[in-house]
Design a protein. Structure first.
Length: 255
């Protein structure tokens, strides 16, 4: 039960605390927020890549054994495909509601944002639980990566809810409430995976696929829109900082 409490605590941190922290940016002047947020995205990209390739995937291969490396690779491909399909379904849903693909991404309704956030957070909870069932250090690294990419994501969602007509306090409350889905997802994953520990390495590979997809398909394309040398150098520096932080945390946890 102590492990369950730890999992739920960190799942709550990844889902709820990141939403609360993100709201700070909504009270920052727009010009300052516009300068700061891309830096968080760059750092989050590095943290996600580091967590996937330096923490989750090696643990998955080690846990499954050398003879199962091929199956881990297949799970990784399957995970990338699943996340691709999920994104396609979300985009189709938004487009169907608004009738225009370009506007769908920028003007999604408040209801869709809340539903999407809840599903996204539930999956984050599953990833955190799978990591903690492997080791506390891997769970902490995974939670760090989840929180890092959730902060800029939540800022955008909060703004959409306000644009949809909600007051700031109500938008904050609903944004925080969606974070509870991460706790539900973590609890369900803990109950399922502890009964089937043989599936845990493949759950970690699936988690790695999710982090890779978010970084490569969700975050990096946005970073590529800024091509000036100074911004590009800063992006590389912050991405490297995210990777380095995860690498250092992994090294310290194995000493």
């Amino acid at each position: 039960m102590r492990l369950l409490f730890t999992i739920l605590l960190f799942a709550a941190f990844g889902g709820i605390a990141s939403a609360a922290f993100a709201v700070v940016f909504l009270w920052v002047r727009d010009e300052h927020s516009a300068r700061i947020l891309p830096h968080f995205v760059s750092f989050a990209t590095g943290a996600l890549l580091g967590a996937a390739l330096l923490a989750l995937l090696p643990e998955a291969i080690e846990g499954a054994g050398p003879g199962a490396a091929h199956r881990i690779g297949l799970t990784l491909i399957l995970g990338l495909g699943v996340f691709f399909v999920i994104e396609k379904l979300v985009l189709w849903w938004h487009t169907h509601a608004h009738g225009d693909h370009a506007k769908a991404r920028d003007h999604a309704s408040g209801v869709l944002v809340l539903v999407g956030d809840s599903l996204h957070n539930a999956l984050d909870g599953v990833l955190i639980a799978a990591a903690f069932l492997t080791s506390n250090s891997l769970g902490m690294v995974t939670t760090l990566a989840v929180a890092a990419h959730e902060i800029p994501h939540r800022v955008g969602d909060f703004a959409i809810l306000v644009q949809a007509g909600l007051s700031r306090p109500r938008a904050l409350l609903l944004n925080l409430a969606t974070g509870l889905a991460s706790v539900v997802g973590a609890a369900l994953a803990w109950a399922a995976l502890r009964q089937a520990m043989g599936a845990l390495p493949y759950a970690l590979a699936f988690a790695a696929a999710g982090f890779l997809y978010i970084a490569l398909a969700g975050l990096i394309p946005g970073l590529q829109r800024r091509a000036d040398p100074r911004a590009s150098a800063l992006q590389v520096l912050l991405m490297s900082a995210g990777v380095t932080l995860v690498a250092c945390a992994e090294r310290l946890s194995h000493q």
